[in-house]
Design a protein around this ligand. Structure first.
Ligand code: CP
Ligand code: NVA
Length: 306
C-alpha cells in the first residue's frame, strides 16, 4: 500500500479533514481530562529542523510523548544534513530507524524528494511554500469557536507566503471564500489562483487593498512580512508593507465579532498592532495551543490509528 504523506494541506481530502477535526476534539477532551491515550506506544518520531521553531517542535514533541511514543530532534547544525548529505540518503536511512518523520526545511522540492525515498510517512513542518500543520490548527480553532467555514469570508492581509498558501487551500476545500489583500509582487499569480480555486467549493480572490480584503470578513489573518530565509529583504519589505498593518481601524471594517488570527511569532508594530493581537478579538494563543492537539490527530492518522 502506498505510504500517505502530509506535504501540503490538499494532501488530505475533505472527508479526511472532517474525520481529523472530530478526532482532534476527542483527543483534546482526553488531554483536558488527564485521560491517558497511548496508541503510538513504542513508536518513534524523528523531527528534522533546517529552520528555527518553537511551536512546531513543541507541539510534535509533546504530542508524540502524549501518544505514548518518543520524539528525536535533529537539526542542520549537528546532523550530517548540514554537511550536505544527500536528502535521498538521509531519507532512506532515517526511515529505517523510525516510524514517522516531520521536516521543516526550505524548498518544497526538498521535502518531496525526501518523501519519495522514505519508507514511513513524512509530515511538512513548514517549507518556503506550505505550512499545512499550522493551517489545520487555524481552521480547527475557527471551527471549534464558530462552527463551519462554508459560506464564510476569510481575509488575509500581507505577504502571499507559506501560511497564506495553505490557508487558501484549506478555506477553499472547506467551502469558504478568501480575500487575499497583498501588494503587487507579493500576491498569488493567476495560475496559482486558478489552482487554488479548483480545490473545492470555495474561492480565492486577490485585491490590492487591505480595507477591501477585510471588508465583511469573519476572520482576519496575517503573518510576518519577512519569512525565514528572507532576512536579507527585511528592510525593503518593512518599507513596502508599511500600509498593510492589521490595526484597530482595519479590524473595525471586518464583520462584527470578527476574529484575528496569526501563526506566531508576531512582530507588534509591523504586521499587527499590539492592541489587536493582545485584544479581545485575538485567537493567537488558542491557535498555538491547538497545534498540539491537531498534530496528535495527524500523527495518529498517518500511523493508521482509527
Ligand atoms: N507557527 C509556527 O510554526 O511557529 P514556530 O516557528 O515557532 O514553529
Ligand atoms: N511565514 C513564516 C511562518 C513562521 C511560522 C516563515 O516562514 O518564517
Amino acid at each position: 500500500m502506498a505510504i500517505k504523506h502530509y506535504l501540503q494541506f490538499a494532501d488530505f481530502s475533505l472527508n479526511e479533514y472532517e474525520y481529523l477535526i472530530e478526532r482532534t476534539k476527542i483527543i483534546k477532551r482526553k488531554f483536558k481530562n488527564y485521560e491517558p491515550y497511548h496508541p503510538l506506544l513504542d513508536r518513534t518520531l524523528v523531527m528534522v529542523f533546517e529552520k528555527n521553531s518553537t511551536r512546531t517542535r513543541l507541539s510534535f514533541e509533546a504530542g508524540m510523548h502524549q501518544l505514548g511514543g518518543a520524539a528525536i530532534y535533529l537539526n542542520t547544525r549537528d546532523s550530517q544534513l548540514g554537511r550536505g548529505e544527500p536528502v535521498e540518503d538521509a531519507a532512506q536511512v532515517m526511515s529505517r530507524m523510525c516510524d514517522i518523520i516531520m521536516i521543516r526545511t526550505f524548498g518544497q522540492e526538498i521535502i518531496e524528494r525526501f518523501a519519495a525515498n522514505s519508507r514511513v510517512p513524512v509530515i511538512n513542518g513548514l517549507t518556503n511554500e506550505h505550512h499545512p500543520c499550522q493551517v489545520f490548527a487555524d481552521v480547527f480553532t475557527y471551527i471549534e469557536h464558530r462552527g463551519s467555514i462554508a459560506g464564510k469570508t476569510v481575509a488575509w492581509v500581507g505577504d502571499y507566503n507559506n501560511v497564506c498558501r495553505s490557508l487558501c487551500e484549506a478555506v477553499v476545500m472547506l467551502g469558504g471564500d478568501v480575500m487575499v489583500g497583498a501588494p503587487l509582487g507579493y500576491h498569488p499569480s493567476d495560475v496559482e489562483l486558478a489552482r487554488l480555486n479548483s480545490l473545492g467549493a470555495g474561492s480565492v480572490r486577490h485585491v490590492v487593498s487591505a480595507s477591501e480584503a477585510v471588508s465583511g470578513a469573519i476572520a482576519v489573518h496575517t503573518d510576518t512580512w519577512t519569512s525565514m530565509g528572507q532576512e536579507a529583504e527585511k528592510a525593503e519589505r518593512v518599507r513596502l508593507f508599511a500600509d498593510w498593518s492589521v490595526d484597530e481601524s482595519l479590524m473595525a471594517l471586518a464583520a462584527p465579532g470578527a476574529g484575528f488570527y496569526h501563526c506566531l511569532p508576531a512582530y507588534r508594530g509591523l504586521e499587527v498592532s499590539a492592541g489587536v493581537i493582545d485584544g479581545p478579538q485575538s485567537h493567537v494563543v488558542r491557535q498555538a495551543h491547538n497545534r498540539m492537539h491537531t498534530a496528535r490527530a495527524v500523527l495518529a492518522f498517518l500511523m493508521g490509528v482509527r
